[in-house]
Design a protein around this ligand. Structure first.
Ligand code: SF4
Length: 83
């Protein structure tokens, strides 16, 4: 008997399969640079060290990096949201 396993890859809580939106509250940023270390393709810093977004949408390939940035940001200035 064939057992079908539901494909949940597009329905899990992290939005796997869909791009997620990255939000940065620059006024909270304390210029630690942790987000750039975690996800250098998504974050950069301006001349004052304040984080800037290089892209607002991340797919599965960068999601882990941005989750890491959210976790390590000492100012809680980064959020991942569903667009
Ligand atoms: S990790 Fe947070 S506080 Fe540090 S530069 Fe990035 S956004 Fe700013």
């Amino acid at each position: 008997m064939r057992v079908s396993v539901p494909d949940t890859s597009h329905h899990d809580e992290k939005g796997k399969g869909y791009p997620m939106k990255v939000e940065l509250e620059a006024d909270k940023c304390v210029a630690s640079g942790q987000c750039v270390v975690a996800a250098m393709e998504v974050f950069d810093q301006d001349d004052d060290g304040i984080a800037i977004l290089l892209t607002e949408e991340v797919g599965d390939d960068r999601l882990g990096d941005v989750e890491e940035a959210v976790a390590v940001c000492p100012a809680a200035a980064i959020r991942l949201v569903r667009p």
